[in-house]
Design a protein around this ligand. Sequence first.
Ligand SMILES: O=c1ccn([C@@H]2O[C@H](COP(=O)(O)O)[C@@H](O)[C@H]2O)c(=O)[nH]1
Length: 276
Amino acid sequence: MDFFETLAARIDATDSVVSVGLDPDPTRLPDHVADADLPRWAFNRRIIDATHEHAACYKPNAAFYEDPDGWRALRETAAYAEGKGVPVLLDAKRGDIGNTARQYAEVLDWVDGITVNPYLGRDSLQPFLDRADKGVFALCRTSNPGGADLQDLELASGEPLYERVAALADVWNANDNVGLVVGATAPEELETVREIVPEIPFLVPGVGAQGGDAEAAVEHGLASRSDLPVDVGLVNSSRGIIFAGEESSRPEDEATYFGAAGDAAKRLKKRLNRHR
Ligand SMILES: O=c1ccn([C@@H]2O[C@H](COP(=O)(O)O)[C@@H](O)[C@H]2O)c(=O)[nH]1
């Protein structure tokens, strides 16, 4: 099965489009995992145990693993998620000249999909696009406040740059493995991008801690593809799920702390499903 077939099957099985972001900020890890050999892996394992029923995918952000122990934690995490039947999308935002991109794309040997930064152009994406069975999500209109600075700039044709990226996604999609990253904090742009590319699935970050529009995320983030049994796409929350335990009634109790993450994932799933 290719990435979007696998994802559609997972969405169908869990009735969930929630992507659980695994961003184990070392400064926020609870005492429960402090003595572990690899605290980030110990944390992620407990989060996966608590949330996998409600997770359409896991999205570790590479920034939280870029050191030798971090890389080990990431590999353990990816293998564990896979053992639970949950696809893993590495949020690495890769983009470099072709020779380097070929090396970056090797990571797809052990994750199911990746985010890429398309602003170096097609050759920087080709090694990823060539992996037909893997998902490749290109940044289109990001969720951060500065996302507008460059992505909204008008080209000579009058269209904003992010719209051109959306149109190019269709061109890059020869293997049906391309998705786009469009933030929930930009609901009008989400709608516009959906009109440009009706069949491209989106990864929509920005609900939860960034306060984005969950309804728009679902309404425009999911794509109907005639070859897939359900509408497919992902709505991501990272801190809002994995650190929900900080606000729980007894954060010092391990079961309560991690149970809160499971509850947060379930709540987000239900909230999103009201708009599906
Ligand atoms: O436009 C983008 C692209 C990626 N992200 C990433 O998603 C998560 C969001 O984390 P929250 O804690 O839910 O805010 C994080 O890894 C970002 O780097 C994004 O937010 N916006």
